[in-house]
Write a new protein. Structure first.
Length: 119
């Protein structure tokens, strides 16, 4: 079973930056893809950014040009660099992996980490 552990969250003022890290217990190159999701208070969980083992990336419109997802296959980690943070970015951020399951793709989630953007 793949395990994901996030780190790097915290509180920052508007316009500031944070970098989230997700450590995986398996070779991330063996997964279908990885990514970051977030859930703001009283809202549904929404995807933020995804990356494939080949390095293809995609971003939600709300974070495009401000956030950057990257990966380190040697360390089995992915990252989310968040710049020019806004109060609307406040949420619990979850690392996600899509794995090959016996019955089809399998969703794996980290425990989540809080990001708060406030003055």
């Amino acid at each position: 079973q793949v395990q994901l552990v996030e780190s790097g969250g915290g509180e920052v003022q508007p316009g500031g930056s944070l970098r989230l890290t997700c450590a995986a217990s398996v070779r991330i190159s063996s997964l279908i893809r990885m990514g970051w999701y977030r859930q703001a208070p009283e809202k549904e969980r929404a995807w933020v950014a995804i990356i494939t083992p080949e390095g293809m990336r995609n971003y939600a419109d709300s974070v495009r040009d401000r956030f950057a997802i990257s990966q380190d296959n040697d360390k089995n980690m992915i990252y989310l660099q968040m710049n020019n943070l806004k109060p609307d970015d406040t949420a619990i951020y979850y690392c996600h992996a899509l794995d090959y399951g016996d019955a089809g793709p399998l969703d794996i989630w980290g425990q989540g980490i809080q990001v708060t953007v406030s003055s």
